[in-house]
Design a protein around this ligand. Structure first.
Ligand code: J2J
Length: 521
């Protein structure tokens, strides 16, 4: 896999190893340790019941051997698209054991995204949830993919464990996360066992979780937030219990929280609002819940302040990114910090800079571009040699595209965004990706996709289009066109507007700032 992603410079890697934050082992080795320590204690629960630590270790090893028997080899890539259930966790650890690298696709992804992941990675497997849509995607891919089956079927496979190769080490790739993106094609984020394990361990420390923690996985499990901040992997790393919610609705989740005695969960702001409303209107609060993590998009201070009185638990803001850096408000933070800031980096080894347009540090209290590097922030995207010099500074900082300001308490406040992205209730849409598809429509001459404010989602997407000469397309036709291309539903513009021409900046780029102002009038 070397050459496909940018490793940490040797001096930094040595420092992380010598300080013990990179342990040199992989998730499979950690799971064996956990199985010895926590034995029958419940690791994961779903609708089919509990799975203990020892059983999870045994099962994932058998599945690893099963995948090997079906032709998968260490270093192979598997696009995995799953529901929130225990099979997903088993499969993830099976992949970690065999050294197969999962691409963390989301349930919402369709032909376009999945096809791209398969092509770009040269994946050996596509493991999917098994609904009609996914079977169609599987049938439509032009690539030769060795193993195409459902996650459930893959998680039921088994083989001789004695024949398994040794488990991967710390420096090997663990998984490929997905970037929110701000370019024409999605970017894949290569996370190593060392770095991802450290990120979940440090998250577990910051979030003060232990083997009594019961975590509800309400968001799509493959997302970096519920997977690692501390999420499924962080909770398992301390012997806690993970409850998989099949959907994030208050009806489903409030019942599950009561039944399982859930102490902690993670939501996006739009979902936090829905839960607050449900709790208020039904006079019901999840009795065992201690911490509600909210992240993925900016949380309104007013909503943050309602969490304690309405849901009866503490709110923890989480500002993170699948590329690495995650900031948390600490559990003992005063309300002024917990409600009004997005917290501070998880690790003392995190390095951040806040800079102006020319990469010069801005004074504290001023807003600037956030740059990040450290032991769990990647140094480059997977197979993206041309894009990496744009997304990372020469000295290895990731350009987050976020605008932040540091408060007197040392916490960060997200003040805006410089990247060309729409944050639709926590789902990220790379505007150029959708614009390219729109421009491919014969009736469209030019297009810009921008964010418009939305009371529930925070932002929605609006496609502003210039029709081709003598053409008169409708918004409905445009949206249908995108659906037919097999684009994930959340990327299809909520609104389509037509204009005679798009405003341009002095250098000829579409002036989105002006477009937004024009549109709001
Ligand atoms: C404002 N913007 C936020 C927040 C993320 C933990 C939590 C979230 C993610 C995530 C994650 C925000 N307030 N609290 O991976 O481990 C926006 C920023 C950021 C982008 C990253 C995790 N929390 N954001 O959301 O890779 O713009 O990760 O750069 O999906 O979401 O998106 P993503």
């Amino acid at each position: 896999m070397t050459g496909e992603f940018t490793p940490w410079p040797e001096a930094d890697a040595r420092r992380y190893r010598e300080s013990g934050i990179w342990r040199g082992i992989g998730f499979a080795t950690v799971l064996s340790e956990l199985a010895r320590r926590y034995g029958e204690h419940t690791a994961v629960v779903d609708a089919r019941g509990p799975v203990g630590y020892a059983a999870l270790a045994r099962r994932s090893e058998r599945v690893a051997a099963g995948l090997a028997a079906r032709g998968l080899r260490p270093g192979d890539i598997a696009v995995v698209q799953a529901r929130n259930d225990a099979d997903y966790v088993v499969l993830l650890f099976a992949a970690f054991r065999l050294g197969v690298i999962p691409v963390c696709a989301l349930p919402a992804h369709r032909e376009r995204e999945i096809g791209y992941f398969l092509d770009h990675t040269g994946a050996a497997a596509y493991l999917h949830p098994g609904e009609d849509d996914h079977r169609r995607i599987a049938a439509s891919t032009a690539r030769e993919v060795r193993l195409v089956t459902t996650v459930a079927e893959a998680a039921a496979s088994s083989g001789p464990v004695d024949a398994l190769p040794p488990p991967p080490g710390g420096g090997d790739l663990a998984l490929l996360q997905l970037s929110g993106g701000s370019t024409g094609v999605p970017k894949l984020i290569p996370r190593t066992h060392d770095d991802y394990l450290y990120s979940v361990r440090v998250a577990a420390e910051v979030c003060e979780i232990d083997d009594r923690t019961v975590y509800l996985c309400a968001l799509p499990a493959a997302h970096n937030f519920p997977l690692s901040s501390p999420g499924i992997l962080g909770v398992l790393s301390v012997g806690g219990t993970v409850v998989m919610a099949p959907d994030p609705s208050p009806d489903t989740c409030f019942d599950l929280m009561d039944d399982a005695g859930v102490t902690m969960t993670a939501v996006v702001p739009a979902l936090a609002q829905a839960w607050l409303t449900a709790a208020r209107t039904r006079g019901r609060r999840p009795g065992s819940l201690r911490v509600l993590q909210v992240g993925g998009a900016r949380l309104d201070a007013a909503h943050a302040a309602q969490v304690a009185p309405v849901l009866g638990c503490r709110v923890q803001q989480v500002f993170g990114m699948a590329e690495g850096l995650v900031c948390y408000t600490r559990l003992d933070a005063p309300d002024a910090v917990a409600h009004h800031t997005q917290g501070r980096p998880a690790s003392p080894y995190d390095e951040i800079r806040i800079v102006d347009d020319r990469d010069r540090d801005v004074p504290d209290g001023h807003s600037g571009h956030l740059l990040a590097r450290g032991p769990y922030t990647v140094r480059g995207y997977f197979r993206a040699a041309a894009h990496n010099p744009v997304a990372f500074t020469p000295d290895g900082y990731y350009r987050t595209g976020d605008l932040v300001r540091r408060t007197e308490t040392g916490d960060l406040v997200v003040t805006g965004r410089a990247k060309d992205q729409i944050n639709r209730g926590g789902e990220k849409i790379a505007a150029p990706e959708v614009e390219e598809l729109l421009r491919g429509h014969p009736d469209i001459h030019d297009a810009a996709v921008i964010a418009v404010p939305d009371p529930v989602l925070g932002e929605r997407s609006c496609a502003v289009c210039v029709a081709a000469p003598d053409r008169d397309p409708t918004g409905k036709q445009i949206r249908r066109h995108l659906r037919e291309l097999g684009v994930a539903a959340y990327k299809i513009p909520d609104l389509v507007r037509f204009v005679p021409h798009l405003p341009r900046t002095a250098v000829g780029k579409i002036d989105k700032k002006r477009l937004k102002e024009d549109l709001s009038r």
